[in-house]
Design a protein around this ligand. Structure first.
Ligand code: BES
Ligand code: MN
Ligand code: MN
Length: 479
């Protein structure tokens, strides 16, 4: 065990945090064309960090234009690649395993800005947390990987395993850049195991591995009515209204009790195993506490007969993210808009296929479209649901590493969120994947006042160091 690397990480911890703050100051919002230069600066920052850690072959890999964000002509954000493939062979002469590390350096938009207690791109420490957009999702967690590599390389002069690193800049927009790279150059990411640092712990102090993620389809629905905007007094009563039509369509997608009404939507869904359900039942979860402090609403919604954990981890859902059309300024304007759009996504669970779900949805929407309205459904991005195997030496190495750092046994959970490329690692590259993350349930991912608990940043680095060490000693892993 590389206690020297752990010692190095502890000594250098303050510097690691101050570097992370420099990265957090870069507003690498991948969806925003005006931030395209900032996104690239963040990629270069990560590359420089990997280089000074002692990684080799560090480079930016450009992603193709049309693959990005469904916006033809828009520059795809670069991938960052690094490797260190000089691990000494095992005593029997065979090669040490290769680990693929994955994270993302892009972030969600920070709006609404007025809700932030300190500005989103001015990282600020309060109560042992670092507050900034991207603190936990995912710059802080990706930086843990870089700093774990640095600690091993500087303290020991080598890594205990072969390592490849791939960091993307389009995760938050479902960009296809990395998927295209995996498809075309998969051999460059060839590894025995992938370590993904982009998930959460179930509760503070509770080491957690995520063993499943929901997939998704993200769509835009456009409704058109009259040829041009119309005076609502002159034409109201005769002209179709696309905003009303969208509301009617959306209202028919999901019943009041949370059941999605798209025909065939639930066909083929794989239920969690009885053992999984039993394990979820014994996780420390208080529904009332969750409603009050995490969600902050007067009631929870969703399908009857399923627990909150089942509803958010193992059941598909539909959500509307925004509706645009007509007059949204201050005051009043009496207009029947000619056009309106809605951003609508579905989360998918194992057994569901994004293309099939989209086809069903598109057909249903066409069927229920009100008279006088033309509706068009566009798929903006999609990703497969995944479940990973928990019965392999790599998962054992991860649970042992975390147990050593936290002094407690590791729990297995699923995540309700999506990380599209993980499906490609599992299916395309056939790489067993370990999702070891250190976010907390109240870290405000995608929301104002995103934070990362600094103790978890340091524990994450130490867990990754220990994980790599254990994977490098296959004979001992799991024993
Ligand atoms: N890190 C999250 C996904 C996540 C969050 C997994 C919490 C497990 C627990 C990731 O950055 C994310 O937000 N993904 C997007 C998907 C994307 C295609 C827009 C999501 O889930 O909305
Ligand atoms: Mn993320
Ligand atoms: Mn995210």
């Amino acid at each position: 065990m590389s206690e020297t690397a752990v010692g190095y990480a502890r000594e250098q911890g303050q510097r690691f945090v101050s570097e992370l703050k420099d990265l957090l100051r870069i507003p690498s919002v991948s969806t925003a064309p005006e931030h395209v230069g900032d996104v690239r600066r963040a990629a270069e920052f990560v590359a420089a960090g990997l280089r000074s850690a002692g990684m080799e072959q560090v480079r930016l890999i450009e992603t193709s234009t049309e693959a990005s964000q469904g916006r033809p002509g828009h520059q795809g954000h670069p991938l960052v690649y690094a490797e260190w493939l000089r691990a000494e062979p095992l005593p029997d002469g065979s090669a040490r395993p290769t680990v693929l590390l994955y994270g993302h350096y892009d972030v969600q938009p920070a709006e609404p800005l007025e809700e932030w207690k300190s500005p989103p791109f001015e990282p600020t420490e309060r109560d042992g947390n670092i507050y900034a957009r991207g603190a936990v999702d995912d710059k802080g967690q990706m930086w843990m990987q870089v700093k774990a590599l640095e600690s091993l390389l500087k303290a020991d002069g080598r890594l205990p395993v072969n390592v490849r690193v791939i960091v993307e800049g389009e995760e938050e927009v479902g960009g296809e850049g990395i998927a295209a790279f995996v498809r075309e150059h998969g051999e460059q990411l060839k590894a025995d195991v992938a370590l993904v640092s982009d998930t959460e712990m179930f509760a503070p102090e509770l080491p957690t591995l995520t063993v499943g993620l929901r997939g998704m389809i993200y769509t835009e629905l456009e409704a058109r009515g009259a040829a041009t905007d119309l005076h609502s007094g002159m034409y109201g009563g005769a002209a179709p209204n696309p905003l009303v039509a969208l509301a009617q369509i959306i209202a028919q997608l999901k019943t009041a009790d949370g059941h999605i009404a798209v025909p065939g939507f639930y066909d083929g869904i794989e239920e969690p195993t009885p053992a999984e359900l039993e394990a979820w039942g014994s996780l420390p979860f208080d529904e009332e506490e969750y409603r009050r402090h995490e969600v902050g609403s007067t009631a929870l919604t969703g399908e009857e007969g399923y627990s909150v954990l089942e509803r958010t981890w193992a059941r598909p859902t539909m959500d509307v993210h925004g509706v645009v059309g007509g007059f949204t300024g201050v005051g009043a304007k009496t207009v029947i808009p000619a056009r309106a759009t809605a951003k609508i996504s579905f989360r998918l669970v194992p057994g569901m296929k994004p293309e099939e779900t989209f086809a069903r949805y598109k057909r249903f929407v066409a069927q229920i479209c009100p008279r006088g309205i033309q509706v068009k459904a566009t798929l903006i991005h999609s990703g497969d649901p995944i479940v990973v195997s928990t019965d392999n030496q790599y998962v054992h190495a991860a649970t042992e590493a975390m147990a050593e750092v936290f002094g407690k046994p590791t729990v297995f959970v699923r995540g309700g969120g999506s990380i599209p490329i993980v499906g490609d690692f599992v299916r395309e590259l056939e790489t067993p994947t370990v999702l070891m993350g250190f976010g907390l349930p109240d870290d405000n991912l995608h929301a104002p006042n995103e934070k990362f608990h600094l103790a978890n940043f340091h524990r994450g680095i130490e867990s990754i160091v220990r994980f790599l060490d254990k994977v490098g000693e296959p004979a001992k892993a799991g024993s």
